[in-house]
Design a protein around this ligand. Structure first.
Ligand code: SF4
Length: 353
């Protein structure tokens, strides 16, 4: 089966269905056995050298050739037979039009069109919030999506799938999966307006620093932080605390979701329901004490810098260090900001000039 619905993949594979992702980024992530890290650009965290190494390992390409045309063409050649021989193709939907029954899918690679048009069976999996009343209402959403996602006026392909080809089948699955329940949440229902453009992720300082995989959820970044707790409050209770509340996510959101306000409201809900894990609560308590004492804070910053430099790797990269599972701990700068300030900007008393 061909699919561009990443969450569906494990479900189908466990039932013996061979699944090939058709979006290039999703395919890269599938070959690397990793979930996507961004809703628009799933392999955004990988360099072309990483992809060259991955393709050499999984597709047998030349590991020393990281020319992007060569890599894209290699992937195309290995995937194309799957397009032509698949029993079924599946897509999500960027939008669906109630008036015409059209499933609207925006891509830059045309992969959805091949998934729909080659196999004898097409299945569209559509979140119920994606339905717009009439075709006349669609234009504004398609333009907003492309401009906010990519900065381009429109995607290369904006396809309307309205009926099966003669002799083939088309099935539409309307997915609720907690959406109706969220619609009834006075403080959080507006997250259903999300058109999945990814702009809030691109601007978020936490997402930009930590990457999408560190959220441990299908939806990462600011939109993930407010959606994920609606699926499982306890499991995702730490996410709303991974925010600086700077508000840039709300500022760039084309459908004007009050994301940072909702993040703050989730913190209150999680605290009131006592949903934070014990370890997290203790860590926050300790952090509170540390941040309330300048002397303790300075000592901790200096100790952290020294430990990154001198401690053996096994003490830094173990099960307790979630950050280190996917990346190196950054090296500490040669001097802290306070040391720099004292040296360059303060008078002899240590006070700012
Ligand atoms: S919340 Fe707004 S900015 Fe973020 S992905 Fe959704 S529509 Fe885009």
């Amino acid at each position: 089966m061909l699919t561009d619905e990443c969450e569906m993949r494990p479900f189908l594979e466990q039932r013996g269905v061979a699944v090939i992702e058709t979006d290039l980024g999703e395919r890269i992530q599938q070959l690397d056995d990793e979930p996507p890290s961004h809703i628009v650009v799933p392999a955004v965290h990988k360099l072309k050298a990483d992809v060259a190494e991955l393709f050499a390992r999984t597709l047998g390409t030349d590991a020393t050739n990281n020319d992007v045309h060569y890599l894209a063409e290699s992937q195309r050649r290995t995937t194309r037979p799957s397009f032509l021989n698949a029993d079924a193709g599946m897509t999500g939907a960027n939008f669906a039009v109630a008036e015409t029954g059209a499933i609207v899918v925006c891509t830059n690679e045309g992969n959805a069109d091949l998934s729909v048009h080659c196999p004898p069976l097409y299945i569209a999996s559509v979140g119920i919030e994606k339905i717009v009343p009439r075709t006349e209402h669609l234009g504004i959403f398609v333009r907003m999506l492309s401009r906010s996602a990519l900065g381009s006026p429109i995607t290369q392909m904006t396809s309307h799938f309205r009926a099966p080809r003669p002799g083939t089948q088309m099935h539409i699955v309307l997915v609720d999966n907690g959406r109706s329940e969220r619609l009834g949440m006075a403080d959080f229902w507006t997250s259903l307006k999300c058109i999945r453009c990814g702009a809030c992720m691109n601007t978020c300082p936490v997402y930009r620093r930590s990457g999408g995989l560190s959220y441990g959820a299908t939806y990462s970044g600011p939109i993930g932080v407010i959606i994920d707790p609606t699926y499982d409050l306890r499991k995702y209770s730490a996410l709303p605390f991974a925010s600086t509340l700077n508000g840039s996510c709300s500022a760039v959101c084309p459908v004007k979701i009050d994301i940072h306000d909702q993040i703050y409201k989730w913190r209150r809900v999680i605290t009131e329901r006592n949903a934070l894990p014990f370890a997290k609560k203790q860590a926050m308590r300790m952090a509170g004490k540390l941040l309330a004492s300048p002397r303790l804070y300075r000592a901790a910053v200096e100790a952290a810098g020294a430990s990154v430099e001198y401690l053996p790797r096994v003490m830094l990269y173990n099960r307790l260090n979630a950050w280190g599972r996917q990346r190196e701990v950054p090296a500490a700068p040669a001097m802290t900001f306070r040391q720099w300030w004292l040296k360059h900007r303060a008078d002899k008393s240590g006070e700012p000039r």
